[in-house]
Design a protein around this ligand. Structure first.
Ligand code: FUL
Length: 744
């Protein structure tokens, strides 16, 4: 009796405590208070929701990026600010063609590099002559942004602008404003320019220096004269800095929020970088991010790499803020167009795969398509966009649950209707009128009202009378696409295994992706043996006991070429590993009875098994010079910690070769030692050296992938020396994962 009394009392107290918990109003930022318990912090996290702009932004899903400017003509990744504007020799600009292709891919918005790091402006700015006004393009009267904005309207795409805070023209020219140590004084934005009045009469007063004023004036032009802007993209990368230049971000933000209330700001408090430029995505992608300071008052933003939103990370926060990820990568190697022959273009398999991982991994996909020197997207790139769009429509435009029985809130398209999964015991059963074959399942949480809460989930199918788990995952958020081999069933079950408070579901759907012949992976070992194998698309299937390669069509065959041509159904048939000691471009492709797969290619350098190290300036213990040519990207040579530039490595290739160029593969484990500039030499006797050429590679820290340099003419030599002259980001050291030399 006494026990029962105590139990009742305890239950009463618990109930009162729960009742006494203060309700939390969903908000974009929620402050953590002194003494908040871990449970309270999680309860707060479960109420952090997107702002209306962020929610609209999430719904774009797939967006386009366009990098265009002097780099397109110099074939450089980063300009230096000293380019003569006349090199921007544009004749047949066709922004309609860009928009048509992006629309066909299913994109909703396009972000344009109005000004990249070189400082060259692609619109008719009043505040500089370093831009299209000084080029032959339409006799200096052209305006690329204006044309793009009109094409966006025509094709129903939203517009975003990339305005680089780093500005090499303003750093390098003697009159330049960047880092000129000017005083902070009250300035009126926009600064009036005679004969060029603004239709928009809004003005601002800010206490800023010369460069911030320049930047604000430019933002004013972009946000008032080119139609509504829906994303402003602030790149964090800086090829160079000067004079301790600071950015007065609060002023930039005030101006943006006033003039473009519908825009989201990338790189600051609205949207964050995913942390790489290669299209890699996280398995667990939280939109609720811990902050030390109030994100609304900050002018510097925290580094957002690795795990950023787990429960553990939230515990040290002072603020919780909604900050979604954007996955940005380029359809071509590098961000700017270079050429049709050596610059690789991603195939549709790859782009569709990134689309599914990014959009289906609670992030937005921003894919860059760089226009060529004709001012058009190249045909190759257009074909990839069209094919990707076709796959997206064919797969996701057809919902196999359209006639299913399940709570109607998760089947309809109402953005607000949702279920509380706890009311279904966290097991939601969906029954179809007939058996269907599916290999994709989409889940969406009601993030706009209930935040992102699901931490673990699984999907089962009823097979032969019992439930079988066919997929599982961690976070869901705006959208999760589960991918799995074909399953035939008429009943599916979603299980929510762990969540922050009760989870919600806003929408579920099921789809079938018509698989294509797989991509081919090309490998050559140090002895010259080449192996071609189908890429195993392991979408986390292994843990379900499924070998993805075993899933391939048994009738598939692989064909390849060694002369640079595209493999056809009559090209050489691959029957097993073969020997290819020469430097060749190998292209391979899978064929099923009806279809051909995407082409993969690899430019093989000369074999490295006879190379010898002749000279090295220094090396750090465990990072020996031989790692720079051991046919293994995972190991690398790094100079000694005490040593500074220049650094030297010289190699004996074992025999005289006719070298046409080389490739530098940087290590990708940290930011140090990226070889930004250097020179390459040859020698007859290994003693006296002659320069072949200088080289410069841009954007290595953010995008640490293989870079190539082709020589003006082939050089016959047995001895090669590379001198690294400058490290990216001012790094004193050099690190080389791999060197390759080409003979054709
Ligand atoms: C990087 C830049 O340095 C690249 O050039 C490119 O614009 C990319 C999107 O961001 O940080």
């Amino acid at each position: 009796m006494k026990n029962l009394f105590i139990l009742t009392l305890m239950l009463f107290i618990l109930h009162t405590m729960a009742w006494a918990q203060k309700p939390i109003t969903p908000s974009n930022t929620i402050k953590i208070d002194e003494g908040d318990t871990p449970e309270e912090i999680i309860r707060k996290a479960a109420h952090v929701v997107p702002s209306p702009n962020q929610y609209e932004y999430k719904k774009h899903e797939f967006t386009g990026f366009v990098h265009f400017g002097p780099n397109t003509f110099t074939r450089m990744e980063w300009g230096n600010g000293k380019e003569d504007p006349k090199i921007f020799d544009l004749h047949n600009l066709d922004t309609d063609q860009w928009c048509k292709a992006m629309k066909a891919a299913g994109m909703k918005l396009v972000v344009f590099t109005a000004k990249h790091h070189d400082g060259f402006v692609l619109w008719q700015s009043r505040y500089t002559q370093h831009g299209i006004m000084s080029t032959p393009f339409k006799n200096g009267k052209g305006d690329v942004l204006k044309e793009l904005s009109a094409s966006c309207q025509k094709y129903g795409l939203k517009l975003g602008v990339y305005l680089s805070p780093a500005d090499l023209y303003q750093i390098e020219n003697p009159e330049g404003l960047y880092g000129n140590l000017s005083k902070y004084t009250t300035r009126t934005i926009p600064r009036p320019v005679e004969g060029r009045p603004f239709a928009n009469k809004t003005t601002f007063e800010f206490e800023v220096d010369d460069y911030n004023e320049y930047f604000l004036n430019q933002l004013f032009e972009l946000l008032t004269e080119y139609g509504p802007v829906h994303e402003v993209w602030f790149d964090g990368a800086h090829p160079k800095r000067k004079g301790g230049q600071k950015y007065h971000y609060p002023a930039w933000k005030k101006l943006i929020r006033t003039l473009a209330p519908e825009t989201v700001i990338f790189g600051r408090e609205d949207v964050r970088w995913c942390g790489n430029e290669s299209g890699a995505t996280r398995e667990t992608e939280w939109d609720i991010v811990p902050f030390e300071e109030d994100p609304d008052q900050m002018s510097r933003f925290p580094d957002l790499h690795g795990d950023i939103g787990s429960r553990e990370k939230l515990m040290n926060a002072n603020y919780l803020h909604y900050l979604p990820a954007e996955t940005n990568t380029s359809i071509r190697e590098g961000w700017f167009y270079r050429d049709e022959t050596t610059q690789k273009v991603r195939n549709p398999d790859d782009v569709f795969d990134i689309y599914e991982r990014a959009v289906g991994g609670n992030s937005t996909f921003l894919l860059n398509i760089p226009p060529n020197r004709e001012g058009r997207f190249s045909d190759k790139d257009v074909a990839v966009l069209e094919e990707t769009g076709k796959r997206i429509r064919e797969t996701y435009g057809n919902d196999k649950l359209a006639a299913a029985k399940a709570p109607k809130e998760i089947l309809d398209d109402d953005e607000l209707s949702h279920i509380n999964t706890a009311e279904y015991n966290n097991e939601i059963i969906i029954t179809l009128p007939k058996q269907e074959i599916i290999n994709r399942f989409v889940l969406q949480e009601a993030i706009s009202t209930h935040s992102q809460r699901i931490e673990e989930h699984a999907l089962d199918a009823m097979i032969d009378g019992s439930w079988k788990e066919i997929a599982s995952g961690t976070t869901v958020g705006y959208k999760k696409i589960l991918r799995f081999p074909n399953v035939t069933s008429k009943q599916f079950r979603i299980r929510i295994l762990k969540s922050r408070l009760d989870a919600t579901l806003n929408k579920v759907s099921a789809h079938y992706y018509q698989s294509r012949p797989p991509q081919i992976v090309i490998n050559r070992n140090n002895e010259g043996e080449v192996r071609l194998s189908p890429k195993a698309n392991d979408f986390g299937w292994k843990k379900h006991g499924i070998d993805a390669t075993g899933n391939l069509n048994a009738n598939m065959e692989i064909r390849y070429t060694l002369d640079g041509s595209t493999p056809t159904s009559t090209s050489t048939l691959y029957t097993g590993p073969f020997n290819m000691p020469l430097s060749k471009e190998i292209k391979a492709r899978a064929f099923s009875q009806k279809e051909s797969g995407s082409v993969t290619s690899l430019h093989l350098g000369i074999l490295k098994n006879n190379w010898k190290l002749m000279e090295v300036s220094s090396s750090k213990e465990g990072f020996e010079a031989s790692s720079a040519f051991d046919n293994n990207d995972g190991s690398y040579w790094q100079s000694d910690d005490e040593a500074t530039h220049p650094h030297t490595i010289a190699i004996d290739l074992g025999a005289v070769r006719s070298i046409t160029g080389f490739a530098y593969t940087p290590q990708n484990q940290h930011k140090e030692g990226m070889m930004e500039t250097g020179s390459i030499y040859w020698s007859k006797n290994g003693k006296k050296w002659k320069k072949i050429s200088d080289f410069e590679f841009g954007n290595l820290i953010n995008d640490p992938v293989k870079r190539t340099k082709t020589f003006a003419k082939p050089i016959k030599t047995r001895y090669i020396k590379i001198i690294s002259e400058r490290g990216a980001g001012g790094s004193p050291s050099v690190a080389i994962a791999e060197l390759d030399f080409f003979e054709n």
